[in-house]
Design a protein around this ligand. Structure first.
Ligand code: C2E
Ligand code: CA
Ligand code: CA
Length: 427
């Protein structure tokens, strides 16, 4: 940006300012207009803002939210927006201490809300112009992310038939050593390939499977197919760990341990090659039965991963009690961490905790080389994401491995950084 005056936004914008102080509201609204924002809306508190949002034909491109307000404060407003799926980019403007703003940052990250930053009042033109710019990037991502959810869930009868017909198949996404770029394993992601519907993503059928008693059969089928694939790779000297997502509902199935053991034996795959990913959210209220089941799996040598870490509310004490081997940090804390301070704080503390508990740390959703470098710097163990590869059919993996070899120099940890990390370790 050149000296002083920020460039006006290129498209027609709408901004909603939520603040109980008339002076602050008018100040922010005035800045918006000066920046060429087409529509500026004002609300006095959270409830007022929610009513306005309900009435708007299109959500605004940006919201500026005060924290302390009567009737409904900024915290509750952000929570309510999260509940309603209103993922509108927003800026928090507060005259209070930084700790409060940081609390909002953690809350927003947990809810998956696109917070662009927390700023001290009064708002400036530079900050606002930057936020408007940032809101465009978030908009584009939010639209992309919303597409699968926009589709209705699949009817259970259709899913049952697809399972019967063997149309629900595993795809594989590589999990890669962050320091060297070498492939360590794959995560299995279920895909339904239908001649009419095309490739249906799991977001559209896992919940249906869970609600209609089909998740057990689905998981058994995925385990069976992916173990067969791994046995095939093993036989050709390609030994990779296999990570399979386990629905929390299955943690209530006492026969699960025997079933998994039987499948491993049938395919001649070592238990140590299998990792089960279980979402953090499902572990909060776990009972003795679940605990026993996890311990028995672990005793047989199966690896256990805490999936989507950061989206639930588990405590370190809880995590330490369960025999986990891996901590998988949710992609909402990974994507964009190199340029968002609040994400970096959470990411770094999660990685530190994983290290202290002796767990392998995995960062999912790595899309850019900048985030990749940050993870190297923070000492993360394994990375997974579109930067490395999208999920693919089993048959495509060997060829992908060949092309991946050519990318190793780019993905490898830069020499000086690697040396510094090694020195740090030997201290
Ligand atoms: P998850 O376990 O968190 O899996 C990671 C999801 O992130 C996958 O979505 C993957 O395609 C996507 N992903 C990977 N890298 C990137 C990236 O760089 N950027 C972005 N934006 N996304 C990335 P997918 O395949 O649509 O799976 C969605 C969820 O469905 C999974 O989330 C998992 O919870 C569930 N799921 C998939 N297969 C199974 C299964 O066999 N059983 C159960 N119970 N759940 C499954
Ligand atoms: Ca997973
Ligand atoms: Ca996840």
């Amino acid at each position: 940006m050149d000296a002083g005056k920020p460039a006006p936004p290129a498209r027609r914008e709408a901004v909603l300012v939520v603040d109980d102080s008339v002076v602050q509201r008018q100040h922010a609204a005035g800045l918006c207009r000066a920046l060429g924002v087409g529509e500026v809306h004002e609300a006095q508190h959270g409830r007022d803002a929610l009513a306005l949002l309900d009435a708007m034909p299109h959500p605004p491109s940006l919201m500026v939210i005060d924290l302390e307000m009567p009737v409904m404060d900024g915290f509750e407003l952000i929570q309510q927006m999260g509940k309603r799926g209103l993922r509108i980019p927003f800026l928090v403007a507060s005259s209070r201490e930084g700790a409060l703003v940081r609390a909002v940052e953690v809350m927003a990250a947990t809810l998956g809300m696109p917070l662009l930053g927390g700023v001290a009042k009064p708002l400036t033109a530079e900050v606002l112009a930057g936020a408007l710019q940032g809101s465009h990037e978030v908009d584009a991502r939010a639209v992309a992310a919303a597409v699968p959810n926009a589709q209705p869930p699949i009817a259970p009868e259709l899913l049952a038939a697809a399972l019967q017909a063997g149309s629900v198949v595993p795809h594989y996404q590589p999990k890669v050593d962050i320091r060297t770029g070498l492939v360590r394993g794959v995560e299995v992601l279920a895909r339904w390939t239908d001649p009419v519907l095309g490739v249906v993503p799991p977001d559209r059928f896992i919940a249906t499977a869970e609600q209609h008693g089909l998740i057990h059969g689905l998981t058994r089928s995925i385990l069976d197919q992916s173990m067969a694939q791994v046995a095939h790779w093993n036989a050709r000297g390609l030994v990779l760990s296999l990570a399979v997502n386990l629905s929390p509902l299955l943690l209530q199935t006492p026969t699960l341990v025997e079933e998994i053991s039987a499948l491993l034996a049938h395919h001649g795959v070592a238990a140590g090659q299998l990792v089960l990913e279980i979402t953090e959210g499902s572990l909060v209220g776990y009972d003795a039965g679940t605990m026993g089941l996890l311990a028995r799996l672990r005793m047989r040598g199966v690896g256990l991963s805490i999936d989507d870490y950061g989206t639930g509310f588990s405590s370190m004490q809880q995590l330490a009690r369960i025999p986990f081997t891996e901590l998988k940090i949710d992609r909402s804390f990974v994507h964009g961490a190199h340029r968002q301070a609040h994400l970096r704080v959470i990411l770094q503390s999660a990685l530190e905790m994983a290290g202290r508990l002796g767990l392998v740390s995995v960062a999912e959703g790595v899309e850019t080389i900048d985030d990749w470098r940050l993870l190297q710097e923070f000492g993360c163990t394994v990375g997974q994401g579109f930067l490395v590869a999208r999920p693919m059919v089993g048959g495509a993996l060997p060829r992908w491995m060949k092309s991946h070899e050519r990318r190793l120099p780019e993905l490898r940890m830069p020499r000086t950084a690697a040396r510094a990390a090694a020195e740090e370790e030997t201290k």
